[in-house]
Design a protein around this ligand. Structure first.
Ligand SMILES: Cc1cc2nc3c(=O)[nH]c(=O)nc-3n(C[C@H](O)[C@H](O)[C@H](O)COP(=O)(O)OP(=O)(O)OC[C@H]3O[C@@H](n4cnc5c(N)ncnc54)[C@H](O)[C@@H]3O)c2cc1C
Length: 414
């Protein structure tokens, strides 16, 4: 397998960015696509990739109003895990996690998947009960997790303070094959693979309208003109409400800003991912040595892609309690993304009221980990009209009250 260094990965991004590759090309006039995917984030690109790879649909265009992975895919803190409570969630997140294991080989592109282990700290009796319940559910689902003692936590993360003043560490839910991957490499890897299959990845192409006739999609109006298609996938995360409005239906989604920050780089000091959901903060160390820190979502709906001071203070305060050694670190960068939240904190992968329009959204604060599984399932849904992985994630569940309640696994976690 050909290997790529970090520099090669960055060069590739620049190439796409500057339009030297196929990825920049404009739609051919008069061309009608079998399928158009709106949104070149991880989920949109993975959907296109599996449409081609698994279902032979290659006359596909992926339209992106900005640049590849410039939405939440390139802004997240890259935690990958599948320790969800409900069976439908565990199935799709574990499918995704297992696809991450071989993604670099499948795409021939180094996405730097690092299964270093993810732990979710239990810092209250309530959390102990919740995480033990999840560990039992995971055992039945075939997802490898265990509930570990505070001593084991300390041995895995020597820099942690397990006797914190407010919330001592009482144990943790541990997924040894959870971890991280390089976020923008995931987008670039999929984009290159799509491009190699002959698909058009068109950046700087904003969808401004959706053409329909007799309840069926005809094509999309874009900043580069009208493009016709037989099927349409809307995969735009925080902009889902805007696109659904263009297609004439409403979505049970709210858009809020979620933020993250990184510290200056330091020597390796923590080789697992730690999430502390009670005090609310989580942290991992990047290959460059920066401590990658995630905070909470804004408490009000908005479309801002930047952080806010009160969140940084709250997050850093929580983490200093858990990791006193970070108290004198300087912050290097800080940013935000627009996440798409559903009421049950589970995604929507679904047909819609308009024939041949499909929608994939609602991954909220935790969809990076799901990218390959979501793309796999969405492609199956678009190509065949059915996927066992998406069955329970349809829009109808909001009418029928069949919620997939993951507020404990996903509400404040990632
Ligand atoms: C700060 C932060 C931390 C996070 N941490 C984690 C984590 O640790 N682990 C995890 O699993 N998840 C995490 N997430 C969530 C994760 O990033 C998202 O769920 C996931 O990236 C969503 O991917 P996507 O492809 O659906 O959306 P995006 O990557 O946002 O892609 C959607 C694309 O659609 C494009 N678009 C929008 N409107 C239009 C239009 N009209 N025309 C054309 N294109 C359009 C956008 O420009 C965008 O590029 C985090 C998110 C944030 C913001």
């Amino acid at each position: 397998m050909k290997r790529y260094s970090v520099f090669a990965v960055a060069r590739e991004a620049l190439r796409y960015h500057q339009g030297w590759g196929r990825a920049w090309r404009s739609p051919e006039p008069q061309k009608k696509y079998e399928a158009i995917i709106i949104g070149a984030g991880g989920h949109g690109l993975a959907t296109a990739y599996y449409l081609g790879k698994n279902h032979g649909l290659k006359n596909v265009a992926i339209l992106e109003k900005g640049w590849l992975g410039g939405g939440n895919t390139g802004r997240n803190t890259t935690i990958i895990r599948s320790n969800y409570l409900q069976d439908a969630s565990a199935a799709i997140y574990e499918k995704a996690r297992s696809l991450y294991e071989t993604m670099s080989q499948d795409l021939n592109y180094n996405v730097m998947f690092s299964p270093r282990g993810v732990m979710m700290l239990a810092q209250t009796q309530h959390e102990i009960r919740g995480y033990k319940r999840t560990a039992h559910a995971n055992a039945l689902q075939g997802v490898s997790t265990e509930f570990i003692t505070p001593e084991r936590v300390k041995s895995l993360v020597p820099i942690i303070n397990i006797d914190g003043p407010r919330y001592p560490v009482l144990g943790a839910l541990w997924q040894p094959r959870g971890g991280t991957a390089r976020h923008d490499a995931v987008a670039w890897g999929y984009a290159r693979a799509c491009s190699e299959m002959g698909m058009d990845v068109i950046q700087q192409c904003e969808v401004t309208g959706i053409r329909r006739q007799n309840g069926q999609v005809q094509g999309v109006e874009t900043s580069k003109g009208l493009i016709e298609c037989e099927k349409l996938g809307i995969v735009v995360a925080g902009h889902t409400g805007v696109l659904a409005d263009m297609a004439g239906f409403r979505m049970p989604i709210e858009s809020v800003a979620l933020q993250a920050l990184v510290s200056e780089p330091i020597k390796p000091c923590m080789d697992v991912v730690v999430m502390a959901n009670t005090v609310h903060g989580y942290m991992s160390q990047s290959d460059k040595g920066e401590m990658v820190i995630g905070g909470g979502a804004d408490g009000f709906n908005n479309y801002t892609q930047r952080g806010s001071f009160h969140h940084v203070e709250e997050t850093v305060r929580a983490l200093i309690e858990t990791f006193p050694i970070i108290s004198r670190l300087k912050m290097l960068r800080w940013w935000g993304g627009i996440v798409d939240m559903t009421g049950d904190r589970s995604p929507i992968l679904s047909t819609t009221p308009v024939k041949n329009i499909f929608i994939n959204c609602g991954w909220g604060t935790g969809g990076f980990k799901a990218i390959p599984g979501s793309g796999w399932a969405m492609a199956e849904l678009m190509a065949t009209g059915h996927s066992s992985l998406t069955e329970e994630f349809g829009l109808n569940r909001f009418k029928e009250g069949k919620f997939i309640d993951e507020s404990v696994a996903a509400g404040v976690a990632h």
